[in-house]
Design a protein around this ligand. Structure first.
Ligand SMILES: [Zn+2]
Ligand SMILES: [Zn+2]
Length: 238
């Protein structure tokens, strides 16, 4: 990068020229080269195919900027995926730090543990795109520290009662869909109750029994008044 060079595309000096990584080190304005790269992903001077050469994220990010200007969706075209998959690991990581969505463009076998850690640390929901075999308890915790919405992407066998408790405390609807059944014990429900978590509407179907209702109502009378009339009648009779 030097300001004395002339950009071969617009023939002008000034601004910073980016080295696109071809062996001859041809450099361009990012806006100038980006437009070209959306047509052909090679150096316009020496025609070097850039797919497997690129070491820096600048070129790819410039390409994305032009190609998807104003595009806010989360799916990219096949061609973009291919180009991204051919970047060096270092360049991919740089790109992903700039835009976490790019992690979804990687093939499963390209998702290294280091990269997964980096991504979930930055954006917990990205746990969704981490390959199952790389989801460790530690990684899941990292994601959960970021946001409770990572909870639904944690494999059941890694969910601890404490994790579940924290998640349901913040999002009670998790109780119905995301907490492993074996974790929902009487003690678990009572501890939620004692912490004023309003989970009654999200009790899993199989737990809507008189026995459970009786237990809950015995700990907290206001629950009793929220039960259906027929359940209340039953409980009174017991
Ligand atoms: Zn230029
Ligand atoms: Zn070149």
């Amino acid at each position: 990068m030097t300001e004395e060079l002339v950009c071969p595309i617009c023939r002008e000096q000034g601004d910073i020229l980016i080295d696109i990584g071809c062996p001859a080190k041809h450099s361009f304005h990012s806006a100038c080269i980006a437009a070209w790269l959306t047509i052909k992903f090679s150096c316009p001077m020496c025609r070097q195919n850039l797919s497997i050469k690129i070491e820096t994220s600048n070129v790819f990010m410039a390409y994305l900027e032009v190609k998807y200007a104003g595009f806010t969706g989360s799916t990219y075209y096949e061609e973009t995926k291919q180009i991204f998959n051919n970047l060096t690991q270092k360049a991919q990581a740089e790109c992903i730090i700039k835009d976490y969505r790019l992690f979804t463009l990687l093939q499963e076998n390209q998702k290294t543990l280091d990269l997964c850690i980096l991504v979930v640390k930055g954006r917990g929901q990205m746990l969704k795109y981490v390959p199952e075999e790389l989801k460790s308890e530690e990684l899941c915790r990292l994601a959960l520290d970021q946001t409770q919405y990572a909870f639904e992407f944690i494999p059941d066998q890694l969910k601890t009662p404490m994790m579940c408790f924290k998640a349901v405390s913040k999002v009670p609807s998790f109780l119905r869909f995301c907490v492993p059944k074996k974790i929902i014990t009487s003690e678990f429900l009572i501890s939620l109750l004692c912490n004023d978590v309003d989970f009654l509407d999200f009790l899993p179907e199989e737990l809507k029994t008189l026995k459970v209702y009786q237990l809950l109502a015995s700990k907290n009378m206001t629950i009793f008044y929220r039960l259906p009339q027929n359940v209340r009648n039953e409980l009174v009779r017991i």
